[in-house]
Structure formats: structure tokens, C-alpha cells
Design a protein around this ligand. Structure first.
Ligand code: FAD
Length: 389
């Protein structure tokens, strides 16, 4: 058992730390206030080769895997969860294609993500179907050598910048079917007839990368753009399972950033003839958060290693879900406690704490809420996928 990153990953961590401090940190507040897509940071990530971390070398990526992307996102999320989301979006829509898609689809769509020439989004949720994915109403009907898609997707991260979308639709005859085999994944291009970006959301945090609707009206998708098999929903779920450490990394980075920020502040804040860092009540909060951050890191790094080893099928789900559940809940807790440590100052936009607080809450909702993760962990124990005997 080795708890150290290898030399390559240490070098990647160092590079990302420098980029995060020099390029991301000074932009975080502006991005939140302007709520505009930070193309400059996208260019920085592209030039540093960070857009292809989880993409294999034969598709133009660096092959650093889920662990590599996890390490990079942790560094960036210390200062901006919007920037961290931009890196995450290199994997969310490409995951199902890399796991289940044809070589042709990988070459036509995934390679462009690694080079930064194209961007993708992941379109699963619908207004009436978030946690309850099987409630989706978007339909795909076969018509000759194509499928015709109709429906509305919502809350789609990066919808406005994406050049292509991984879209899930019901392909069964019965649109009300709750059978897993009734859902199929497709790659849909932004420029095709009938594809339209609908309204954009007014978000409380993670601003700058918009979420919004994708409207699909009689969109003809060639059969070769089916990802994997027709009815291959399971492959899409594998993509999400493998994502858990990547979204967890946004949580641990945010918690680390918030705790470092608050720690610097309490060492300077004078009260009762000393600094508030001298009080045991404050020290214990710092100690508890530091412990929980390290516990979340261990869960997350282990899950990332597992995902890179292909361990993202059913029996590994509890371990993967645990890191997402725990790291994102730690992020919410840390952002709350750290804001409190700054008192009134923490509530003001002069400090980063209120931004961490608003950003953190997104993380316990996206890609399977905390409650959904708890359900998956519990099922794993009940089925003895996770058992200690
Ligand atoms: C900022 C942001 C970005 C997003 N980006 C994307 C994206 O890029 N692509 C995409 O497809 N989707 C995206 N989503 C949508 C996200 O995946 C859904 O919001 C999420 O799956 C939850 O669905 P819901 O909002 O409909 O909540 P609901 O499913 O309506 O759940 C409401 C509440 O009930 C709880 N709940 C639901 N079912 C159960 C249960 N069985 N047991 C216990 N509690 C339960 C939930 O945990 C939650 O607390 C994004 C959401 C946000 C906020």
C-alpha cells in the first residue's frame, strides 16, 4: 500500500497548483460577479495540456486518467469551482463514449475535447426526471438510418459553450417504460437542425459556466452516433460511476481552500487581547475540518485509483459513491464553518468565504444527490458488495 502520488502525478499537482495560484485565484471573484464564461482560463488549461488528462494518448490526451484529473481539479477548486467545473466537463460527456462508444465516435468527438477544439455537455436531467432518471420523456424513434429525437433537457452544465452533447433518450416502444434497456445514449451536434439552447438558469453559485436547457425538436441523429448498444443505458451509468472521484475532487479542493483562507484570517484577527486563533473553540473547528478533509481525500484518491483500474461496475459502487457523498458534504460543512470563523467579514463579498459557501451547495446536488449516493451505498452493504467479513 503506497499513499504517495508517483513522480508524474506529483509534477502534475505542482503544475496545477501554480496555475491555480497564478491564473485562477486572481480571476475567481471577477468570474462570479461578471457571470461570463472565462475563455481565458479555458485557454490556459488547453495550453497546459489539462483538457486531455483523462483522455488516452492515442486520442490526443495525456492518459493521466481519473486520478490525474482528480489531482488537477482539487488544486483548481481551492480557488474557483467554476474553473474546476471546466476541467470536469472534459470527462462528464466523454465518459460514456470512452467506455462504450465506437472508435469512430471517439475519434470524431473525444479527440477534439483533448485538443480544446471542441466542448461537450452531458444531458441526462429533465424537469420531471432528476434523481428519477427513468422518468425521462425525451424520445428517440428509429427512422431509416437515423433516430429522430424530441424532448427537453435541463440544468445542463456548459450547455451554451458545447459543440456536442451526450444525450439520453427513451428508445423503447413504450415511453413510460422504467426498464433500463429502454434508454439509449447518443452524440448530438449543436449545429444540427432542431438543436437549440433554451433558457439559461440564474444560479446561486458556480457562476460563469452557465447551466440551462437543451431543446430537441425532430433532430435526426445518424445511427452511428448511438453510444454503444441501443438500450445501452448501463454503459452510461458506468460513466457516471467513474465520475464520482472527479466531482468529489471539487469538494475536497473547495474545503481545503476555505480552511486555508479562514486559518490565515483567524491568526490575524485580534479579539479579547489575543487573536481568535488562540481560542480552543476555534482550534477544534480547524482540527475537525482538517481531519474530515484528509478522510475525504483518502476516500477520493482510492476511488480514483479504482476507477482507473476499471473498477466502476456494480460491486464497486459503494466505494465510489462514498467519496462523492462524503467529500461534497465536507465541502458544505467547511464552507459554513469557515464563513462563521470570519464573522461579519465572512458574509461580505470582500472575502472568499461567501463564494465558497454558495459554490459548495451545488456539489451535494449534481451527479446524484447526497441522498441518492446514500441509497447506493446502503444497497451495496445490503447486497454485501461492501462487507467486512
Ligand atoms: C448547478 C447544476 C448543474 C447541473 N448540471 C447537470 C448536467 O450537466 N447534466 C445533467 O443531466 N444534469 C445536471 N444537473 C441536474 C442534477 O443532476 C439534478 O439536479 C439531480 O440529479 C437531482 O435531481 P432534481 O434536481 O430533479 O431533484 P429531485 O430528484 O427532485 O430530488 C429532490 C430532493 O429529493 C431527494 N430525493 C429524490 N429521490 C430520493 C430518494 N429516492 N430517496 C431519498 N431522497 C430522494 C433528493 O436527494 C433531493 O434532495 C445540474 C444541477 C445543478 C443544480
Amino acid at each position: 500500500m503506497d499513499f504517495e502520488l508517483n513522480e508524474e502525478l506529483q509534477a502534475l499537482q505542482e503544475t496545477c497548483r501554480r496555475i491555480a495560484q497564478d491564473k485562477v485565484k486572481p480571476r475567481a471573484r471577477e468570474i462570479d460577479e461578471a457571470n461570463e464564461y472565462p475563455q481565458d482560463l479555458f485557454d490556459v488549461f488547453r495550453d497546459a495540456g489539462l483538457l486531455g488528462l483523462c483522455i488516452p494518448e492515442d486520442l490526443g490526451g495525456s492518459g493521466a486518467g481519473i486520478l490525474g484529473l482528480t489531482v488537477a481539479i482539487e488544486e483548481v477548486a481551492k480557488y474557483s469551482n467554476t474553473a474546476a467545473l471546466m476541467l470536469l466537463l472534459t470527462r462528464l460527456p466523454t465518459g460514456p463514449v470512452m467506455i462504450a462508444g465506437s472508435r469512430d465516435l471517439n475519434e470524431r468527438y473525444v479527440a477534439g475535447i483533448a485538443s480544446g477544439e471542441r466542448r461537450g455537455s452531458f444531458c441526462l436531467s429533465e424537469p420531471q426526471a432528476g434523481s428519477d432518471v427513468m422518468g425521462m420523456r425525451t424520445r428517440a424513434v428509429r427512422d431509416g438510418d437515423a433516430w429522430v429525437l424530441n424532448g427537453t433537457k435541463c440544468w445542463i452544465s456548459g450547455v451554451a459553450q458545447a459543440d456536442w452533447y451526450t444525450v439520453f433518450a427513451k428508445t423503447s416502444d413504450d415511453p413510460a417504460s422504467r426498464d433500463h434497456g429502454s434508454i439509449t445514449a447518443f452524440v448530438v451536434e449543436r449545429g444540427w437542425d432542431g438543436v437549440e439552447v433554451g433558457s439559461l438558469d440564474r444560479k446561486m453559485g458556480v457562476r460563469g459556466v452557465a447551466t440551462g436547457e437543451l431543446l430537441l425538436t425532430d433532430v435526426r441523429v445518424p445511427a452511428e452516433n448511438v453510444i454503444g448498444e441501443v438500450g445501452g443505458w448501463q454503459a452510461a451509468m458506468l460513466g457516471l460511476n467513474a465520475m464520482r472521484p472527479i466531482v468529489a475532487a471539487r469538494g475536497i479542493g473547495l474545503a481545503e481552500g476555505a480552511l486555508m483562507y479562514a486559518t490565515e484570517y483567524v491568526k490575524e484577527r485580534a479579539a479579547f487581547t489575543r487573536t481568535i486563533a488562540d481560542f480552543q473553540g476555534i482550534q477544534w473547528e480547524i482540527a475537525k475540518l482538517a481531519t474530515e478533509i484528509e478522510a475525504a481525500r483518502l476516500l477520493t484518491y482510492r476511488a480514483a485509483v479504482m476507477a482507473d483500474e476499471g473498477k466502476y461496475t456494480k460491486q464497486w459502487v459503494p466505494h465510489l459513491s462514498m467519496c462523492k457523498y462524503y467529500a461534497t458534504e465536507v465541502a458544505v460543512k467547511a464552507s459554513n464553518v469557515c464563513l462563521q470563523m470570519l464573522g461579519a467579514a465572512g458574509y461580505m463579498k470582500d472575502h472568499m468565504t461567501e463564494l465558497y459557501y454558495r459554490d459548495a451547495k451545488q456539489l451535494t446536488i449534481v451527479e446524484g444527490t447526497s441522498q441518492v449516493q446514500l441509497g447506493l451505498i446502503a444497497r451495496g452493504v445490503l447486497h454485501q458488495d461492501l462487507w467486512w467479513d
